[in-house]
Design a binder for this molecule. Sequence first.
Ligand SMILES: [Mg+2]
Length: 284
Amino acid sequence: MPAKPPLRSARRVSGLAEILDQFDAVILDNFGVLSLGGPAIDAGAPALAAVRRSGKPLRVLTNDGAKSIEAMLVGHQGRGYAFRDTEIVPGYRLLEQTLAGHLPAKMERAWGVIGLDPLPLPALTQQMTPLTYGGIDEVDTVAGVVFLDTGDWRETDQQRLLASLRAEPRPVIVCNPDLTAPYPKCLSIEPGWPANHLADRTGVEPVFLGKPFADIYDVALSDLDHIPRERIIAVGDTPHTDVLGAHAAGIKSLLVETGFTRGRDAATLMEQAGIVADYIAATV
Ligand SMILES: [Mg+2]
């Protein structure tokens, strides 16, 4: 994990619109900020409208590895959010280059992939061996494992993967470092959870793509490098991804209380984690 930001106290604000004039670009998280998986969060539409009125560039930085960017755009549209495809930046945007770094010149084994149909990045993932939907029996044959989503991943699959990696350690690339995501009535288990479970038991060190790691911020901001990082605000609901990642990338952070911390005292949680945002608000 990146280093923690210096301890300070978060300034409470009414939402993004109140501080927007202090920034030149905006990064939004989706889950817990704009939506709870399916349903939209009420304050999302007016907050997005304020960003659009300001004309400031916007990126939606998401650790969602379940869907293609096109499918994410359709989902956002259904919630009343209009984004351009270039504004959506999932962690898996780093997958192709990461795989290239792992591929020996003559790689004869296919990678295994854990995710939901239809898999994102079909040009890459259709060449991989699906380990979900009953495909786990192929696990011993794969060159390494790409973890996109836990939607069809079961405890028995995890145990089978664990045994296979113990017998022959191979690389594990995790396109969603999150441990959990906030749904309306529950918290889910996301790929970061089984990846850490594997790492603890096999010694294999997973490669994590997405927040809070710096590379995905470089991708998201690649065409905004004329804007000083401290003039960029990232809005998120999770201290260990959105706040830690923003700090590591040199940008400012606003933690909203509609996702991971909902129903709990977010300010106290941040202090306990030692990861305190620049700003805190009840909702975006
Ligand atoms: Mg979130």
